[in-house]
Design a protein around this ligand. Structure first.
Ligand SMILES: [Zn+2]
Length: 155
């Protein structure tokens, strides 16, 4: 048995089923998140583990290893970044523009307050976020991009 064969025999994580998906890598999601975002009966059609496709341009929201999938239009609520205008932070309904504004103003205090809030037990990411995870990483990235963008304009 060659090394290459052994590698192929391993079970790789499934890709976003194309078409209609993007063939990209997904983020594992729990049953709790699936049920919360799709409803009990739609979520029941998925094999475990189920994955979320984080590609903003891709119409697939969730998929499993057996090409089962749900489109973004099947989500019970519009979700960032799959839908235009959906809040970056689903738990507290904070828009991406708000975070960008903190960055442009260099308002680190406002950003810190936001991050404390999303890090608190009031955040219900597993139920409200489409990927079931905290938005803190994406929010930090958005903030830094806006902050650095401002610095470039000044120089
Ligand atoms: Zn996709």
């Amino acid at each position: 048995v060659s090394r290459a064969f052994v590698k192929e025999a391993e079970d790789p994580d499934p890709r976003c089923p194309a078409p209609p998906g993007c063939d990209g890598v997904g983020v594992p999601v729990t049953r709790v998140t699936l049920v919360a975002r799709l409803g009990e009966s739609r979520a029941a059609a998925f094999h475990e583990p189920a994955f979320y496709c984080p590609d903003a341009a891709c119409p697939v929201a969730y998929f499993d290893a057996f090409r089962g999938h749900a489109s973004r239009d099947e989500l019970l609520a519009k979700a960032y970044p799959k839908h235009e205008g959906a809040p970056l932070c689903a738990c507290f309904g904070v828009a991406r523009e708000t975070i960008e504004d903190y960055g442009r103003r260099g308002d680190k205090a406002a950003m810190r307050t936001f991050l404390e809030r999303v890090g608190s037990s009031d955040a219900r990411c597993a139920l409200l976020a489409v990927d079931g995870k905290s938005c803190a990483t994406e929010a930090r990235r958005t903030f830094m991009r806006a902050l650095e963008g401002t610095a470039e304009e000044r120089s």
